[in-house]
Design a protein around this ligand. Structure first.
Ligand code: PLP
Length: 345
């Protein structure tokens, strides 16, 4: 294995002289700031935010047990995904691999950046097709996008198959862990020291209950993080987001309590759904949603909409035929869904 960051970063990015903000050039504390053309009168937001989010990263570093230099923060995972393309994939030349059915943003972001996506479908039990994956890797493959636990299937992917790729692939191996807090499996952030090509994504959007805040986290080797820092918009995480995230991270027991309730409700919802005649299969879930194979999925979806209950119709997604993806809601919401389904069936 010879992962070499200099071989995979785009040449124009390697050569880039990044924008230097006022807060880059002076980082200490001062009494009078006349360097950033800010309005001096205090509105609560008259100053630019910390471009490298030091305080927030310190808090994340403690919770995740990952050094600050191995953390990148983005305006949602969406921005982290886009920056990985922009840092490492040459438009019109480089390629990436996704494993559908999976999260749609990898493909959309690839298309926006004019990067070819090669798809290696998961097996019917939603595992990695190792032979096909290895056969699909070519010299232009820069990133492999794993999502574990996977959306929309809900399962965590086999770690042994991922380890083989981490050891043999000389590009970046992304593992999107948006749902890791709902999973019994270990986070890949514990393995950052072993794999210089590993990039783990997490987010405050799911377990932390802060989808509106837009805070995505990337964890990787210092070399990879430095590339993203070089190309990100200077003030990509605004002051309100940094403050609110810091506050939320301060009482993570609330996050844990919410996760406990959701996990318990996942069991209850699974049980109630399995008692419905038209439910064919409920896939094992490591996430905060259930993928449910049900007769006449599209009709049921539509009828639920008419009752003001919205689930996600995945029935036209390959390998998810006749499937609805149902987010685990509050105990009340789940009861409402089940009684609506009982009346429909
Ligand atoms: C919901 C979700 C995210 C979260 O994206 P944000 O931009 O951080 O809100 C990331 N990846 C997957 C697979 C998701 O399902």
């Amino acid at each position: 294995m010879s992962f070499d960051i200099n071989k995979i970063v785009r040449p124009s990015i390697a050569a880039l002289k990044p924008y230097s903000s006022a807060r880059d050039e002076f980082t200490g504390k001062a009494d009078v700031y006349l360097d950033a053309n800010e309005n001096p009168f205090d509105t609560g937001l008259n100053r630019y935010p910390d471009p490298y989010q030091q305080e927030l990263k310190s808090a994340i570093s403690k919770i995740k047990n990952v050094p600050k230099e191995n953390i990148f923060l983005g305006n949602g995972s969406d921005e982290v995904i886009d920056l990985l393309f922009r840092g490492f994939c040459e438009p019109g030349k480089d390629e990436v691999i996704t494993l559908p059915p999976t999260y749609g943003m990898y493909q959309v972001s690839a298309d926006i950046n004019h990067i070819k996506t090669n798809k290696v479908s998961l097996t019917p039990d939603f595992e990695i097709d190792e032979a096909k994956l290895e056969a699909t890797i070519n010299p232009n493959t820069k990133i492999i996008w794993f999502c574990s636990p996977n959306n929309p299937t809900g399962n965590a992917l086999d770690p042994d198959a991922i380890i083989k790729i981490l050891k043999s692939f000389n590009g970046i191996v992304v593992i999107d862990e948006a749902y890791i807090d709902f999973s019994a499996s270990q986070s890949w952030i514990d393995f950052l020291d072993f794999y210089p090509n590993l990039f783990v994504m997490q987010t405050l959007s799911k377990a932390w209950g802060l989808a509106g805040l837009r805070l995505g986290m990337g964890f990787a080797s210092k070399a990879i993080i430095e590339i993203l820092n070089k190309i990100k918009p200077p003030y990509n995480i605004n002051t309100l987001t940094q403050d609110k995230a810091l506050e939320a991270l301060g009482h993570f027991e609330e996050k844990n309590e919410a996760v406990d309730v959701i996990l318990n409700e996942r069991i209850n919802l699974n049980q109630a759904l399995s008692e419905l005649q038209t439910v064919r299969h409920i896939y094992k879930s490591d996430a905060n949603f259930l993928l449910v194979k049900i007769d006449h999925a599209s009709t049921i979806y539509q009828k639920l909409v008419e009752q003001s209950i919205i689930v996600r119709n995945r029935s036209n997604v390959t390998l998810c035929e006749d499937c609805l993806r149902i987010t685990v809601g509050t105990p009340e919401e789940n009861k409402t869904l089940i009684s609506a389904l009982k009346q429909l069936i």
